[in-house]
Design a protein around this ligand. Sequence first.
Ligand SMILES: Nc1ncnc2c1ncn2[C@@H]1O[C@H](COP(=O)(O)OP(=O)(O)OP(=O)(O)O)[C@@H](O)[C@H]1O
Ligand SMILES: O=P(O)(O)O[C@@H]1[C@H](O)[C@H](O)[C@@H](OP(=O)(O)O)[C@H](OP(=O)(O)O)[C@H]1O
Length: 419
Amino acid sequence: MDNTTPPALDEMKDVEKEKEMGNEEQDDDNDDGFVGLLNDVDQHPSIGVRTPSVFAESDEVFSEGEDTASKRSTMRRCRSWRTFLTLMQWSVRRQSSWVQLAGHQGNFKLSEGGEVLKRFSEVEAVCLQALMADPLRPFVPQYHGSVTKGNESYIRLEDLLRGLKNPVIMDCKMGVRTYQEEELTKAHTKPTLRTDMYQKMVKVDPTAPTVEEHEQRGVTKWRYLQWRDNTSSTATLGFRIECIMMENGSIQRDFKKMLTPAQVTEALLSFTKSQLHILKAYHSRLQALDEALKESPFFKAHEVIGSSLLFVHDRTSKASIWMIDFGKTIPSPSSVQLKHDVPWAEGNREDGYLIGLATLTSFVGQAISQAACRQEETHGEEMDSVHLQEQEQEQQEQEQEQEHTQTKSPGWSGRGNTE
Ligand SMILES: Nc1ncnc2c1ncn2[C@@H]1O[C@H](COP(=O)(O)OP(=O)(O)OP(=O)(O)O)[C@@H](O)[C@H]1O
Ligand SMILES: O=P(O)(O)O[C@@H]1[C@H](O)[C@H](O)[C@@H](OP(=O)(O)O)[C@H](OP(=O)(O)O)[C@H]1O
């Protein structure tokens, strides 16, 4: 379902009227310059996802292609300058198509000036700071330090969706495990049972918990995360697709049990709509990332857990991949030299990031081959049909020619004709 339908002007006037009457529940803009994203979210009716509503509202009012004259006439139609300014604000905000695809709900705010604000984490801030001076910098959103608003601190990040038209997004969680070794230690020494995780587990597979876990109606976080890794492609392929958002705003999250290479390749083809140039751009970007990772002192010295690659393209054929989420990325002990391309065993700290990157790159490669084949098939079918049409036309022309000759023949219908 398209959730970007703008409200009619009359509806906006109603909003304006309500504001004048002091009835509005919440102003879109807080005084501190924030867009009220967290308060201004709508439950997406078809997909159960909270998406920002306010950004979707102004396109038809002042769309990018609209000329000044029509803006003026729209302005005249507005009841007051205040209404006009409100509409302008909506329009300016609409320049970002920001949406939070995966991750903890409520962790983000959209800030003005092309930044997103993520709830502050010391671990992540330290990583981002280091990454700004690392060969990986071109693959990471720009980090602009932190900011405190009220009681909450945030990390200021470049908005990777800024300027994109109807972006298509995919979040892939990288690595062969998504839990830190510390989580495993906790599960052994001080197990805390999580009812919410037990419920999430049962929802996907009622037979997954053990008899004991069913009795306790709880599982440890490690147990849940490990189960998620084993049920999905994480443990075997070194990454998993978390979410995909298509250009119409529809979000797919049903990848929890996606395990096989064939399924992943099919998902990649569907995500890119088999567009060869997009797939090729992604392929090159993954290869470049691989090069940068090999050069990166940061990567050598860190266990990268739960980090994602954010794939983004749009209808103007912009396509890129970004490393995001360093909330569980920690320095490896100095005694450990991480390889990133070997399996994990308790204590070795390996994350399997390069295993995931290699499989992902090869699946994008396979998707390219399949897309090319499909294109050739389609082209072949088109050629066949053109050929068939040509043959039919030729035949028709021959028949007409024959008819014409016979008409001219005195022995047939030229009865009475004299030439
Ligand atoms: N810099 C950015 N620009 C645009 N979108 C972003 C950016 N950072 C994150 N996002 C969006 O927010 C989502 C969640 O990001 P992230 O993984 O950092 O959050 P999280 O809450 O730490 O996740 P998790 O629950 O996996 O720890 C991403 O899937 C993406 O859609
Ligand atoms: O994707 P799912 O299946 O919903 O599971 C969540 C996901 O693994 C998150 O990465 C994790 O947060 P962290 O990365 O911060 O560990 C969160 O733990 P949490 O509930 O303890 O936040 C899990 O609930």
